[in-house]
Design a protein around this ligand. Structure first.
Ligand SMILES: Cc1cc2nc3c(=O)[nH]c(=O)nc-3n(C[C@H](O)[C@H](O)[C@H](O)COP(=O)(O)O)c2cc1C
Length: 333
């Protein structure tokens, strides 16, 4: 049941497959005879220094992968020198995760139907030192993940959505939980209210369209994450990589644009960066690392990605992230 929940996508899983395929279809055009004896992968993002441009994606229910769950993931991110994005639906409270490492972290927010609950979540995250709120905008309702439907997927007894104080064993499937709690009525104009709640930057997760990207900036978003939720929401959307250039063009450098979905290697990170992304987020591979080896396992995945990115940059003739330019990648339909 846990494996199905982690792996699966919505409906026919077309978007899930496309996310990885888009990376495989695209090509790198390396530049030769560049001094890459030293390679620097670090970046600045919303005031934080990252050792390399990969963040850990917010993913619910991490104790289903390993008993150390979100704390292990946050510690792995900190050890790798990057930012962990902690999910509203974590199986560890946001305060406990914050206390596990002093490294910068962001909080992923699902707007709740009860606005008081949303307000409290944002205030708690700010009080606990989270440096940005990442509002997920692609999940007014839950995508239909057939594996989860068949399994009647919900949290098992003993685990709880600690930020919302909803215990497993209450018999709620994830779909029922989302249906009863998520605010499906949220609109652009509500972002003003949200921005007023906490003095930290707001990042919008799940934007695919150019016009939405423009609106996001108009509403004060400090960054935009191009994402289709790892193919778990609306099936049939483009791969994140294919949606990226349109958003990059519309944003025109005004705010950092991030992307996630299907990033599996350093070459993939390089491709996303070449198209204009400031950084990427990685999801499932980190869950596999977490499941196999807890904190050490997740850290190993991040270390592999970093080493892989460094090698890919050197082979492509890029000594710094700034040297990763648009002409390095060719997108193919
Ligand atoms: C098991 C699982 C749980 C997830 N839970 C959340 C969540 O609670 N909130 C959210 O915004 N995104 C969630 N996501 C989406 C990820 O943040 C991210 O967009 C996606 O996994 C990236 O694609 P990748 O897995 O191909 O790297 C989840 C993804 C997975 C695989």
């Amino acid at each position: 049941m846990a494996y199905d929940y982690f792996r699966s996508g919505a409906d026919d899983e077309r978007t899930l497959r496309e996310n990885e395929r888009a990376f495989r279809r695209s090509r790198l055009w390396p530049r030769m005879l560049v001094d890459v004896a030293r390679c620097e992968t670090g970046i600045e993002l919303l005031g934080s220094r990252l050792a390399f441009p990969v963040l850990t994606a917010p993913m619910a229910y991490q104790k289903l992968a390993h008993p150390d769950g979100e704390v292990a993931m946050a510690r792995a991110a900190a050890a790798a020198g990057t930012i962990a994005v902690v999910a509203t639906l974590a199986t560890t409270s946001l305060e406990e995760i914050a206390a596990a490492t002093p490294a910068p972290k962001w909080f992923q927010l699902y707007a709740q139907r009860d606005r008081g609950v949303t307000r409290t979540l944002v205030e708690r995250a700010a009080a606990a030192g989270y440096q940005a709120i990442m509002l997920t905008v692609d999940a007014p309702v839950l995508g239909r993940r057939l594996a989860d439907v068949r399994n009647g997927f919900g949290l098992p007894p003993g685990l709880a959505m600690e930020n919302l104080r909803v215990a497993g064993g209450e018999g709620l499937t994830l779909a029922q939980h989302v249906l009863s709690r998520h605010d499906a009525s949220m609109e652009w104009r509500d972002l003003e209210w949200l921005r007023g709640l906490a003095p930290v930057p707001l990042v919008l997760k799940g934007v695919l369209r150019r016009d939405d990207a423009v609106r996001a900036i108009a509403c004060g978003a400090a960054a935009i994450l191009v994402s289709n939720h790892g193919g778990r929401q609306l099936d049939g959307t483009p791969a994140s990589l294919d949606a990226l250039p349109g958003v990059i063009e519309a944003v025109a450098g005004r705010v950092p644009v991030l992307m996630d979905g299907g990033v599996r290697s350093g070459g993939d990170v390089l491709k996303a960066l070449a198209l204009g992304a400031t950084a990427v987020l990685v999801g499932r591979p980190l869950l596999w690392g977490l499941a196999v080896g807890g904190e050490e396992g997740a850290l190993r995945v991040l270390a592999l990605l970093r080493g892989d990115l460094e090698r890919a940059m050197q082979l492509a003739g890029c000594a710094t992230i700034g040297a990763v330019t648009r002409d390095l990648v060719e997108l193919r339909a």
